[in-house]
Ligand binder design. Structure first.
Ligand code: ATR
Length: 275
């Protein structure tokens, strides 16, 4: 007779379009791990109850997505240092003493997608990041750990970029408004929610040249508004956030199961499915 199933899930609201169940199920098949991974729609206001029930049931690990990442951070009893800095948690699990652990794998996912999948080096690079919300804060620590020469955070609301920079006492990081960006950059990352509205942050094309890699943290079947604009400005490379999604999931899988899956195969499959 088969033993109890190892259960994992993603919690969010909305959740219907989450690719996490497909990604983690492909990882499990590939690594020969026996587990079940589902998507759970959680009422706003019902998050604590939902995670308590999940772990009381003996289930093992959770991915957390919008809008619960900050609440997950508050509820985690132990946080990794990168999650601490991120102010948000996207991975939860319980240890043998019943203690709730939280991590944030988004930044690792971004760095892995840039370095391993696309051979984009961050060390010594001039990096421009557009946006200063939760998505950007979530990735800053692992990005800074790669020792870029310079990280400039540009945001529509300048004060939010200032506040974010204050959280990271790293000399290589500074804040500005969209109309104050100076020079060209090796890497330009869009972490604003502008793409969701089909808009482009109003920045000058001078930040981009043939040597620039542009990365939109959003992804879609068609080229994103940001990536199209960057290509038109002459960017050497444009990438979207699908690779980051798969890589952050691989980090979660490694935390829960102790084995890191091969992401390339899964990324190719998702890309073909979206086409
Ligand atoms: P998330 O968790 O996705 O980062 P958020 O914390 O609400 O969401 O942050 C959204 C980010 O996108 C902010 O940097 C926001 O700029 P403001 O701080 O000025 O609000 C940015 N943003 C949203 N819509 C935008 C638009 N149309 N143009 C430029 N920036 C936009």
């Amino acid at each position: 007779m088969a033993g109890p199933v190892d259960n994992y899930a993603v919690m969010g609201n909305p959740i219907a379009h989450s690719k996490s169940p497909v990604i983690h199920t492909l990882f499990a098949d590939q690594t020969g791990q026996s587990l079940r991974y589902t998507a759970i729609l959680v009422d706003v206001g019902g998050f604590k109850k939902a995670i308590d029930e999940f772990f009381e049931n003996g289930d093992l690990g959770l991915s957390i997505t919008v809008p619960f990442k900050e609440e997950a951070w508050r509820l985690a009893e132990k946080r990794t240092s990168r999650a601490e800095k991120a102010g948000a948690v996207n991975t939860l699990w319980q240890d043998e003493h019943g203690l709730l652990h939280g991590d944030n794998t988004d930044g690792l996912g971004l760095v892995a997608d840039l370095k391993a999948n696309n051979r984009v080096s961050i060390k010594g690079a001039r990096v421009l990041i557009l946006g200063a919300g939760g998505a950007v804060r979530g990735v800053l620590e692992p990005l800074l750990a790669e020792q870029p020469a310079d990280v400039v955070i540009a945001n529509r609301t300048r004060s939010k970029a200032d506040t974010l920079v204050e959280c990271f006492e790293d000399k290589a990081i500074s804040a500005c408004g969209f109309d104050e960006i100076e020079g060209r950059f090796d890497l330009v990352i869009n972490g604003t929610a502008a793409s969701l509205q089909g808009e482009m942050p109003p920045i000058s094309g001078h930040v981009i040249d043939q040597g620039t890699c542009c990365y939109d943290m959003m992804y879609s079947a068609d080229e994103t508004v940001f990536n199209r604009w960057c290509r038109e400005q002459g960017a050497g490379k444009t990438l979207d956030g699908l690779g980051m999604l798969v890589e952050q999931a691989a980090e979660q899988f490694a935390i829960w199961r102790g084995v890191r899956p091969d992401t390339r195969q899964v990324l190719e499959l998702l890309r073909n499915e979206m086409a």
